[in-house]
Design a protein around this ligand. Structure first.
Ligand code: NI
Length: 221
């Protein structure tokens, strides 16, 4: 049994987590997977032994004050290879991707709910104070539907207009408070008219939920 490296969390907010790791000689972190991009800043010189997936092993040298970065997804057990010298480093994780991941999940949930004509499911993606700007309408913004009741009615009207409706080829991006969803819409109206166009939504988020769905569609002529 190796001794455990000791973590001390210095900063843990919605953007960064900074953890100081102190290793006695021969101590290990234990197996872990990095859920975020991160930077290691060695506080001492040292040499690491790394247990990697599938029984692989590696060595790495730490130089005090010389940082390195890694991407999310690294999986390993980190061991102080020295039997005499302690070592320490700061781990700086960028954790604001957690918010972006949750917002991306909301966008996927919304598209799935549209495809299953699930109005309740759609509304669970929308914030308490929400709006929907349709791709067509009298206003500069397209038809404006403000408030949960109005948004719900507008979503129901989409399903009433289109007896068949499928959103596919969805590509979602989140940048800060804004989400962009690019998709292809294929629908058939009650009158038998078929629509097949690319479009996009620009979303504004309130927390993990959608405060504004601002829709755009190609006009085929
Ligand atoms: Ni690690």
């Amino acid at each position: 049994m190796r001794a455990q490296a000791e973590p001390h969390v210095h900063i843990d907010d919605d953007r960064f987590r900074v953890t100081e790791w102190r290793f006695a000689p021969g101590a290990e972190t234990g197996w872990h997977r990095h859920g975020h991009d991160y930077v290691i800043v060695p506080l001492t010189d040292g040499s690491l032994a790394l247990d990697l997936p599938e029984g692989q092993k590696a060595q790495a040298s730490l130089t005090q004050g010389v940082p390195y970065s890694r991407r999310e997804g690294v999986e390993h057990n980190v061991i102080n290879a020295s039997t005499t010298a302690p070592l320490a480093f700061l781990e700086v994780e960028v954790v604001d991707d957690e918010v972006a991941h949750r917002r991306l999940a909301t966008m996927e949930r919304l598209m799935n709910a549209f495809n299953s004509r699930d109005v309740d499911g759609l509304m669970t993606c929308m914030a308490e104070d929400c709006a929907f700007h349709a791709s067509a309408g009298k206003e500069v913004e397209g038809a404006i539907h403000r408030g949960r009741a109005a948004v719900r009615a507008a979503y129901i009207a989409i399903f009433e207009t289109f007896v068949e409706a499928a959103w596919s080829e969805g590509k979602n991006v989140v940048a800060g408070e804004t989400g962009l969803s690019n998709w292809r819409f294929v629908g058939k109206t009650r009158e038998g008219h078929t629509v097949d166009v690319r479009g996009c939504d620009i979303f504004h988020f309130d927390g993990d939920l959608i405060a504004l769905k601002d829709s755009y569609r190609k006009a085929r002529v």
